[in-house]
Design a binder for this molecule. Structure first.
Ligand SMILES: Cc1cc2nc3c(=O)[nH]c(=O)nc-3n(C[C@H](O)[C@H](O)[C@H](O)COP(=O)(O)O)c2cc1C
Length: 325
């Protein structure tokens, strides 16, 4: 069976089993459009607070704005109150979401304090109620993002995945690092294998993928797909590259020049969507990841941080392209 293939998540038919992982402060609409063009089978929004949607917070509603250019797209929600999550899921579907992703893996203290994110892994009954309540309110597939457990010794994900499957959840994304390790350290491949074997619904493995070898290692555990986070920030075309390489085609690798060009496109999209000031601010968080490893990029990254206008950002990146890449 080919490693890269179409995938069904409930009623949703995806052209590829390589997904963009949700990343707060990164997977905004502009970034999702680039990842979608770069071959992602599904893109996922930054996590959106269900409580903020309930209280009609303007910034959170803005995060629900979806573009026709990014479908299929899942909206990721976080919270601990089933009613608030269901209401937010309805709002997301009205905004055009093709799937809802429940965040049950976030390790950030502020989120855990409110009983959301990975705290839900300690409350399987509540997590089941959340999944059930959302399922009743929306027609689109519901997914859940989990971790193997809280520490290296604990393995909760196979059992939790089974409970989610019984509640009608259509897919699990499993970030293969324990909650305590945040976003670094090795991937627990055994946890991916055991979780994928425990359920019939697709399990999407996640963690540490920046190219074909790592994606292959995850797919060989029995996971039906792979979600890519930071690897896509360095290269939003990583999905197409991996699909080509694992599909036995000669890899269509992005050149350094194309990588800078994509960053330029990202800031143009950002300015159009969020205004010049906010759009530039959002791009500052990414410039380090994006240009990492390119010749002489440290100086460009430093200059980028001080820029105030889109015109100057454009000029800097064009000059860098002409002189160094
Ligand atoms: C800056 C940043 C923000 C993140 N935000 C979210 C989020 O909003 N929701 C979520 O489920 N995971 C979030 N994650 C975790 C990623 O989705 C992913 O699980 C993790 O980065 C591991 O994948 P990677 O090694 O391919 O980056 C975030 C990770 C990073 C680095």
């Amino acid at each position: 069976m080919p490693l890269i293939q179409e995938l069904h998540i409930g009623t949703l038919k995806l052209k590829s089993n390589l997904f963009l992982a949700p990343m707060a402060g990164i997977t905004n609409q502009s970034f999702r459009i680039l990842a979608s063009e770069g071959g992602a089978g599904l893109v996922v929004t930054e996590m959106v607070s269900a409580d903020s949607i309930r209280y009609a917070n303007r910034k959170s509603f803005k995060m629900l704005e979806l573009s026709p250019a990014e479908h299929p797209v899942a909206v990721q929600l976080f919270g601990a109150d089933p009613a608030a999550l269901a209401m937010a899921a309805r709002a997301a579907v009205e905004a055009g979401a093709d799937a809802i992703d429940i965040n049950a893996g976030c390790p950030v203290k502020k989120i855990l304090r409110n009983g959301a994110g990975a705290a839900l892994m300690k409350k399987p009954l509540l997590l089941a109620e959340i999944a059930r309540t959302i399922r009743k309110c929306v027609q689109v597939p519901v997914m859940v993002k989990l971790r193997p457990g809280w520490n290296e010794k604990e393995l909760l994900s196979p059992e939790l995945a089974k409970i989610m499957e019984e509640e009608g959840v259509a897919a699990i994304t499993l970030h293969g690092r324990p909650v305590a390790n945040f976003h670094s350290g090795p991937i627990n491949f055994e946890a991916l294998r055991l979780t994928a074997a425990a359920v019939k619904i697709p399990v999407i493995g996640n963690g540490g993928v920046s190219g074909a070898p790592e994606a292959r290692a995850i797919l060989e555990t029995g996971c039906a797909g792979v979600a890519i986070g930071r690897g896509a920030v360095r290269n939003p075309a990583v999905f197409r590259e991996i699909a080509g390489e694992l599909g036995g085609r000669s890899p269509e690798l992005l050149s350094d020049r194309e990588r800078v060009k994509l960053f330029l496109r990202f800031i143009e999209l950002n300015a159009g969507l969020y205004g010049e000031e906010r759009g530039l601010a959002a791009s500052r968080k990414l410039v380090g990841y994006w240009l990492k490893g390119l010749p002489g990029s440290a100086a460009v990254r430093a200059s980028y941080m001080t820029l105030k206008t889109l015109k100057d950002a454009r000029a800097l990146l064009i000059q860098y392209t002409e002189e160094r890449v």
